[in-house]
Design a protein around this ligand. Structure first.
Ligand code: TYC
Length: 104
């Protein structure tokens, strides 16, 4: 066996030097309401979540029928930014659209 492949008993007992980085992920979820126009939700999903027309329509209809729907899964900082952008855009356009994030 080549030298570099040998593992000493000490090495087996200690933590790996290079820690695996597995960031926690968060679902960004859109919530239904009775007032925000369907076309507006589709525009927002295309703009903020880079969805195609058909993807955006499917997510919007899921939210409309089931009460909520997942727009995407992101690391914490990106998810926070997405939620912030949704709430800012909806508020600016005077729609009561709500968006939350949840650990995956
Ligand atoms: N329920 C809304 C309507 O009938 C449409 C809608 C869909 C609103 C998704 C919000 O996140 C939403 N106009």
């Amino acid at each position: 066996m080549a030298d570099e492949l040998k593992i000493s008993s000490q090495q087996l007992l200690t933590e790996p030097k290079v820690k695996e980085k597995k960031p926690k992920l968060y679902k960004v979820i859109l919530l239904n309401d009775d007032y925000t126009p369907m076309e507006y939700v589709v525009i927002l999903l295309r703009k903020i979540f880079n969805k195609s027309e058909s993807e955006a329509v499917n997510i919007m209809l899921m939210v409309h029928k089931k009460g909520s729907g997942i727009c995407g899964i992101f690391t914490k900082e990106i998810a926070e930014t997405k939620v912030f952008k949704v709430l800012k855009m909806a508020k600016n356009d005077q729609h009561p659209l709500k968006c939350i994030m949840e650990p995956e």
